[in-house]
Write a protein that binds this ligand. Structure first.
Ligand code: ATP
Ligand code: MG
Length: 667
């Protein structure tokens, strides 16, 4: 076992959760955690509920510095709303300037590069501040103005944070495209946003390879007649550069003024554009505000990850996703926290890359996705057991429902049975976390996200729009106007889609999330916990019963042989639909009829005979988005012999040929 920097800490190795005395699978914070946490009294829910507007108004003042106060906290013209009317602030100021007086030498970003032999880079708040100011001046010199869209095709390197904050400083909006997407996706997004400038890298490292971006994008830049392209040199490649259009980042920075006045920006002005993951179809261009969004990112960061002065926060989310925006950038920096960024992949050069980072940096809060946990678990327990992870206090999960079996592994193996898991449910659209238990309040229940955040008006409705009873399932909604300030301000250039997608199902006063949930009997502070059961589109209607895909998958994933599974409905003459199972096996396991029988048995026992699978296919991989979510619409297409639809956001479309063969797809 290596040395752990966290060992000096009084928190090292402490127990932060205990079991419920009566109920199985329910955990609560220990007294020690309650004492430590910013929020440990369940009364916060009732207080916030009494007057949500006042609640958010107070929080906005606590969390942010404002250049000018608001006249009105919120305005609601269904389905549109505004927060903190006519106030002025600046996201970059809140992430940087205000920390200089007491945190200038504190690490803002600790960057762990791939290759591992390369020294890590530490940027203090002062470093980050200087670089952001200089880069902001350069953007201005290149003609970027307030409200101009700036597209990024950037990996997880510190310059990405610098450039994003520089945009915020001058009121330009970034639109960050994940590096695994193609030049075509960059082109579409640049055209959609009307963006004339791209920020990218010569190349970067992933799994031992150099991924060259600039060379790949040259043709696109010519085609769309981009005005400027800024190239950060990360990988010492020698990309071809257009003398007029292309600029090396280092050369720009060498000749830049040191200070750039932060633009006073209306809390409601656009802060950035970001496209959704594309799990259910073509990605939507979500428009976010700046100050109002920032308040929610900061507050959720503080309460849910319970950030303290000496903590080291590590979110594995790429900056190309909303989680990367809210919890790898704006949330941590707004709080003046220290956080880890890493380049590369969770399993390269070895499957203990993340565990090694946690140990070496004494990480206190770790935030990742079920898909990553499942993949690392598959590599065997030895990789995690090799490392001392006792610095950890809080674990987080995001992106998909986390099945009980994966939850327990995460809890026991990574958290040593000591740490709460905050299962955080939210969307690109919501800007910040909406459903989760607070660490100092609890409870923590495998597979159950939790109650809504204080100040958020969540409910679960049946098809007629009535709230469901306890232990019943329905559709997850937010009752207007109690959206957090971080909610989307529209789909870019597409108000019709905004109204149709989110505000038509239950009328224009209710935000429809598209996800299904069960209102659990368990409550805290008068709020029922909500179990997210997956997309409404993925709900199966079997003989008149509505079954969430997550519920059936959760049962199947309990089997020792199974790594992960996906369930979709296949049309059936009598029952309407019947469940079809796609299962990926753990290493060394083989698919057999006995295993099929076991799957049927466990589903019948845990969910009920109504959910009996009609078929189980053993496959080597499931189709996923670049953010790691299972794309069930492809599986549905396969079992129904229908068109599979938009594939641009799939990370591994090649796995579909194996699946097609297994199900006998002809489409
Ligand atoms: P698209 O909207 O383009 O189909 P997407 O919905 O996957 O893509 P995101 O905004 O990245 O794009 O993901 C949000 C969705 O992820 C939620 O609507 C929900 O289905 C799922 N999700 C996120 N966190 C959780 C969680 N903790 N538990 C269950 N599901 C979650
Ligand atoms: Mg979505």
């Amino acid at each position: 076992m290596g040395k752990n920097v966290g060992k000096d800490s009084e928190d090292y190795g402490k127990k932060w959760v205990k079991k419920d005395e009566e109920r199985e699978n329910v955990y609560w914070p220990t007294d020690r955690l309650k004492e430590k946490c910013h929020i440990s009294d369940k009364e916060i829910y009732e207080k916030a509920k009494k007057d949500p507007h006042n609640f958010w108004s107070k929080k906005a003042k606590d969390m942010f510095d404002w250049f000018e106060d608001w006249d009105e906290v919120m305005e609601w013209n269904p389905p549109y709303f505004n927060w903190f009317l006519d106030s002025k602030t600046n996201l970059s100021y809140n992430c940087l300037d205000r920390h200089l007086k007491d945190k200038r030498n504190k690490a803002a970003i600790i960057w762990e590069p791939e290759p591992l032999e390369e020294e890590k880079r530490i940027l203090t708040y002062q470093d980050l501040y200087r670089k952001v100011n200089k880069f902001a001046n350069k953007l201005k010199e290149l003609g970027v103005e307030k409200d101009d869209p700036v597209t990024f095709w950037m990996p997880m390197i510190p310059e990405t944070a610098i450039a994003a904050l520089a945009c915020q400083r001058i009121g330009a909006w970034h639109s960050i495209v994940f590096t695994a997407f193609s030049p075509k996706a960059v082109k579409q997004r640049m055209e959609d946003a009307g963006s004339e400038i791209l920020i990218t890298v010569d190349g970067f490292y992933r799994r031992g390879k150099t991924i060259e971006l600039k060379e790949q994008i040259n043709e696109t830049l010519d085609e769309i007649e981009a005005e400027n392209c800024i190239v950060v040199q990360r990988a010492e490649t020698n990309p071809s550069m257009d003398q007029e259009r292309d600029h090396f980042y280092d050369e720009l920075m060498n000749k830049s003024e040191e200070y750039c006045e932060p633009e006073p920006i209306d809390a409601e002005d656009t802060g950035f554009l970001l496209y959704t993951s594309g799990t259910t179809g073509k990605p939507k261009g979500i428009k976010h505000s700046c100050g109002a969004y920032g308040v929610q990112a900061a507050l959720t960061m503080k309460w849910i990850f319970d950030i303290h002065e000496n903590d080291v926060f590590f979110s594995t989310a790429d900056i190309g996703w909303i989680t990367g925006h809210s919890y790898s950038l704006y949330g941590p920096l707004a709080l003046g926290a220290t956080q880890i960024w890493y380049e590369g992949s969770p399993d390269y050069p070895k499957p203990d890359r993340l565990w090694k980072i946690i140990e070496e940096n004494g990480v206190t809060q770790f935030y990742t996705a079920p898909t990553a946990i499942r993949a690392l678990r598959k590599e065997g327990d030895g990789w995690v057991e090799k490392h001392d992870l006792k610095s950890l206090r809080i674990l987080g999960s995001v992106g998909e429902p986390i099945d009980t079996s994966t939850w327990k592994w995460y809890f026991e193996k990574v958290g040593g049975g000591r740490c709460p898991i905050v299962d955080t449910y939210w969307q690109t659209e919501t800007g910040g976390i909406l459903l989760t238990s607070l660490p100092g309040v609890g409870p923590f229940v495998p597979g159950v996200a939790g109650p809504p955040l204080p100040g958020i008006g969540y409910d679960v409705l049946d098809a007629t729009g009535e709230p469901v009873k306890e232990e019943e399932s329905g559709e997850i909604v937010i009752d207007g106007p109690y959206f957090g300030p971080g909610m989307l301000r529209g789909i870019y250039k597409n108000p019709e889609k905004y109204e149709e997608e989110y505000f038509s199902e239950f009328g224009e006063e209710v935000y429809f999330s598209g996800d299904g949930g069960v209102k659990r009997e368990l409550e805290i502070g008068g709020q029922n916990l909500i179990e997210v059961t997956g997309r409404i589109d993925d709900v199966l209607e079997v003989a008149g019963h509505r079954l969430g895909s997550a519920e059936i998958e959760d049962a199947i994933d309990n089997l020792d042989e199974i790594m992960e599974s996906a369930v979709v409905g296949k049309p059936h003459d009598v029952k309407g639909e019947v469940p079809a199972v796609f299962a990926v096996l753990k290493q060394g396991e083989t698919g057999s009829d006995e295993l099929r029988d076991k799957i049927v048995k466990i589903v019948r026992e845990e969910v009920g005979p109504v959910a009996t699978p009609y078929a189980a296919y053993f496959v080597t991989d499931l189709p996923k988005t670049e953010s790691g979510k299972i794309i069930r619409r492809f599986l549905k297409g396969l079992v129904r012999d229908e068109e599979l639809g938009d594939m641009t956001t799939a990370s591994n479309p090649s796995c579909l040929s194996e699946l097609a063969e297994k199900v006998g797809y002809n489409g």
